[in-house]
Design a protein around this ligand. Structure first.
Ligand SMILES: NC(=O)C1=CN([C@@H]2O[C@H](COP(=O)(O)OP(=O)(O)OC[C@H]3O[C@@H](n4cnc5c(N)ncnc54)[C@H](OP(=O)(O)O)[C@@H]3O)[C@@H](O)[C@H]2O)[C@@H](O)CC1
Ligand SMILES: Nc1ncnc2c1ncn2[C@@H]1O[C@H](COP(=O)(O)OP(=O)(O)O)[C@@H](O)[C@H]1O
Ligand SMILES: [K+]
Length: 506
């Protein structure tokens, strides 16, 4: 899915209205109908108490008015509160007139704001994508009032006060919603950790915005779902042999962190690699052979950490980093690898920390190298970010400048490409916030980079998506708290299988 800017979202509305020859109020009716259905599936009409709908002066408020009318007609008890404003949008005014007389509707008085009981359902339809400046005066008081009450707030399209595609001034007043129900496409703001307290759980409801407009819109940000990946992971050919999928080399592990090497190895094997050789310190020999017998162990002369780079000739791709430590000799191995390798590289964990501590090595990164830092590792490679938007800019700039594919791990892991495009992954769950999950990702990405049939972009996108999907499948079995990184490995196969069978786009 594409992520549109606030301006593009408005243009998409207009394009839909024009292409279908409908009036804007009809599109509003469509959006509100989707939202009303969502609500009616979750709330019984006889639930005690009224649903309070807070409406602003624009089309977001208009949505709220339509939902109020529809819920009222369906037998729900609703009460509408209007934000005092000097002017209103035409569709607001129209739907204000369409409100049945018996439906309670009053203007908000900042001196006497409505008392909301805990668990009262509140619909926040104050402001949506038309917000241009931080909330002040009555609007700010109303939002602060909503936030203080322990009501169940459902934001219409966007939590009021939140910009959808840009940072806002610190201490801005923003609705803290439990749910945000948005239309057609997710908004960038929903994907950033700093906005989680406002957005809550978000859902996107289709409202049939013009596909042609969306298709031709130029964007530099995508949300990666199964549809975007359809047809990108080819089947294994009937007459394939292990050479078809390539031979990978993984350099990983040091004393006390050999588990990272094992997890990455097992993930690489389950990721479909043809052959895997693992460079571990000598102390890792038995551990690796027993826990990943399908991999070949190529032990280092040193006992506790990796000190020598093996001959690179046999390998189609090379991964380095999980649990490898930051000894000086290991740093030198990394430097030699960066100088000598002419196959795809995947760099993770301590390989990234070594790069951060020895920035001169960044100049040696071969083009199309894939790096997988979490935010702390990324900061070591670049600089502390002011906020999540700034971090995304740093990520784009890093990938452009270094001509690499750089991942920023977390919920909605982001991938930046050498041309500065951003892709947000849609799979995964908080159960994956556990030691070793990142090592699993590295192993899987290495397998996919070893498969010469995949472009660097497709390998990265498929790997991130399948890793999260494997985590989701694992959590269904173990629960989120019970999930450990090894569980993700067991579900890599099913996650990849699902992607393989997605129908290709024409
Ligand atoms: N277009 C369509 O067909 C569809 C649109 N849809 C819905 O419309 C929403 C977008 O509607 P919108 O563009 O009318 O903007 P909206 O968010 O209601 O706010 C604008 C109003 O607020 C005012 N205002 C702004 N900032 C303010 C502030 N800080 N403090 C005080 N006032 C402030 C601003 O005043 P102004 O800036 O002009 O002075 C203006 O009056 C979108 O999120 C979705 O819910 C759906 O129905 C699908 C079909
Ligand atoms: N809340 C979350 N939602 C989705 N994925 C998550 C979440 N927390 C962590 N993950 C995923 O788990 C992995 C954690 O990687 P990392 O921080 O490197 O862990 P480790 O170093 O312990 O292996 C990343 O792929 C990240 O995207
Ligand atoms: K809103």
């Amino acid at each position: 899915m594409k992520i549109l800017s606030a301006d593009q979202t408005r243009q998409a509305d207009q394009a839909t209205i024009q292409a279908e020859g409908i009036r804007s109020e009809e599109l509003m009716e469509r959006a509100a109908t989707a939202l009303s259905s969502w609500l009616m599936e979750r709330v019984e009409p006889d639930e005690p108490g009224e649903i309070h709908i807070f409406c602003g002066p624009g089309n977001n408020g208009g949505d709220g008015l339509v939902v109020a009318r529809q819920l009222h007609e369906a037998g729900y008890a609703v009460r509408v509160w209007l934000l005092p404003a000097p002017k209103h949008s035409p569709d607001f005014t129209l739907n204000r007139q369409r409100l049945p007389e018996e439906l309670p509707c009053a203007e908000l008085n900042p001196q006497k704001l409505p008392r909301l009981l805990p668990h009262t359902i509140v619909l926040d339809a104050l402001f949506g994508t038309g917000l241009r400046r931080p909330l002040t005066d009555v609007a700010a008081s109303v939002v602060q009032h909503l936030n203080k009450a322990q009501a169940r707030v459902i934001a219409v399209d966007v939590p009021s006060g939140l910009y959808t595609d840009a940072p806002q001034p610190a201490d801005s007043v923003v609705v803290q919603a439990r749910y945000t129900i948005s239309f057609e496409l997710p908004k960038l703001a929903f994907l950033l950790p700093q906005n989680a307290p406002f957005v809550g759980q978000w859902h996107v409801l289709p409202i049939g915005l013009n596909e042609e407009f969306i298709h031709t819109s130029l964007v530099d940000t995508y949300y990666v779902d199964a549809v975007l990946l359809a047809g990108r992971l080819p089947q294994r050919p009937q007459f394939s042999h292990k050479g078809t999928f390539g031979h990978a080399l993984l350099l990983a592990g040091s004393r006390g962190k050999l588990g990272a090497a094992v997890l990455a190895s097992r993930a690489c094997l389950h990721g479909g690699v043809g052959l895997l050789t693992v460079r571990v310190p000598a102390a890792g020999y038995d551990i690796l052979q027993i826990s990943a017998p399908e991999a070949m162990a190529l032990t280092d002369p040193a006992t506790d950490f990796v000190t020598e780079l093996p001959d690179l000739k046999p390998y189609a791709a090379i991964g380095i980093g999980p649990g490898i430590g930051q000894e000086a000799a290991t740093r030198d191995v990394l430097e030699q690898l960066l100088r000598e390798a002419d196959v795809p590289l995947v760099l993770d964990a301590d390989a990234l920390n070594l790069l951060g501590a020895n920035r001169e090595l960044l100049d040696l990164l071969p083009p199309d190298t894939l790096l997988t830092p979490h935010p702390k590792e990324f900061e070591r490679l670049t600089e502390p970010a002011r906020d999540d938007y700034h971090r995304l800019e740093l990520l784009r700039n890093f990938a452009r400048q270094r001509r690499c594919y750089c991942v920023l791990k977390g919920a909605y892991t982001a991938l930046a490409t050498p041309d500065g495009t951003l892709y947000f992954n849609s799979t995964g769950n908080p159960g994956m916030a556990t030691g070793g999950s990142g090592d699993v990702l590295t192993g899987l990405l290495l397998a996919l980079r070893t498969d010469q049939r995949l472009s660097p972009l497709d390998a990265a996108l498929l790997g991130l998506y399948a890793h999260g999907r494997a985590g989701d499948l694992a959590a269904e079995e173990t629960g989120q708290a019970g999930l450990v990184a090894g569980d993700i490995v067991r579900y890599i196969g099913p996650a990849l299988q699902k992607l393989t069978t997605l129908p290709a786009r024409l």
